[in-house]
Design a protein around this ligand. Structure first.
Ligand code: PEP
Ligand code: MN
Length: 264
């Protein structure tokens, strides 16, 4: 299989706007869960950049459990990300929900995110597989490692070799936190596949105070990068404020991580 270590021995390095993902340096993707106001988005982008982030995250199209929750700004949200990129130089990652938006994402995003809920949306996988735009594929809520890798294979088999795998926690019997971060998935995926492995400690826990310890654990376990939700005013965030850390906390975490990354 194209995703496997047997097919390709050396780890894949994906270049996005001058940033290498999968190489020696940790890739840090940070930003709000959802793109909200322009000034807020640009402000957070500047803060995460100065703290050491290499990619800006932000959802313009949000896959919400309730139809009454904020659904994202859509096209306008992508424009805010483009403006934030213009001002900070940070490439952007954003989630696509619909194959009909592919042209829009090819133009405005540097990395296309496939969310956990769409890990087995095979038409969407085939669509992003038809281009060489980097893809961040998130593990499904209850997907096995095998199923996860087969979804990546869907993308790669269409021609796109720029795929990153993202462990974002799985559903277990535990209800204390939102999901259970599968730390063993990190070395397992690295062993089975040559693709970069990114960990999302925010959705994996659903709790801001667990983001730092799980980030450290993920880096110690060999993650190539992290996807972290940062918001300057989490209490007022339109989505996932309870798992978002403030820029000051993010800065502190970046400092602590540099020591761990050196030791791995
Ligand atoms: C996200 O990263 O914005 C997101 C919705 O995450 P997940 O698909 O992992 O739930
Ligand atoms: Mn979120």
């Amino acid at each position: 299989k194209l995703v496997s270590r047997e097919f390709k021995r050396e780890g894949t390095i994906i270049e996005v706007g001058g940033v290498k993902i999968g190489g020696k340096k940790l890739a840090i993707m940070a930003g709000p869960c959802a793109v909200e106001r322009l000034e807020l988005t640009v402000g957070i982008a500047h803060e995460v950049k100065s703290a050491g982030a290499t990619v800006l995250r932000g959802g313009a199209y949000k896959p919400r459990t309730s139809p009454y929750s904020f659904q994202g700004l859509g096209r306008e949200g992508l424009d805010y990300l483009v403006e934030a990129k213009k001002q900070t130089g940070l490439p952007v990652v954003s989630e696509i929900l619909d194959t009909r938006d592919i042209e829009l994402f090819l133009e405005k995003a540097d990395i296309i995110q496939i969310g956990a809920r769409n890990m087995q949306n095979f038409e969407l996988l085939k669509e992003v597989g038809a281009y060489d735009k980097p893809v961040l594929l998130k593990r499904g809520l209850s997907a096995t490692i095998k199923e996860f890798l087969l979804s990546a294979e869907y993308i790669m088999s269409r021609g796109n070799r720029n795929v990153m795998l993202c462990e974002r926690g799985i559903r277990t019997f535990e209800t204390q936190y939102r999901n259970t971060l599968d730390l063993a998935a990190i070395p397992t995926l690295k062993e089975l596949s040559h693709l970069p492995v990114i960990v999302d400690p925010s959705h994996a826990t659903g709790k801001w105070n667990l983001v730092a310890p799980m980030s450290k654990a993920a880096v110690a376990a060999g993650a190539d990068g992290l996807l972290i939700e940062v918001h300057s005013n989490p209490e007022c965030a339109l989505c996932d404020g309870e798992e978002s850390i403030k820029p000051s906390k993010f800065k502190e975490l970046m400092h602590d991580l540099s020591n761990i990354a050196r030791a791995v």
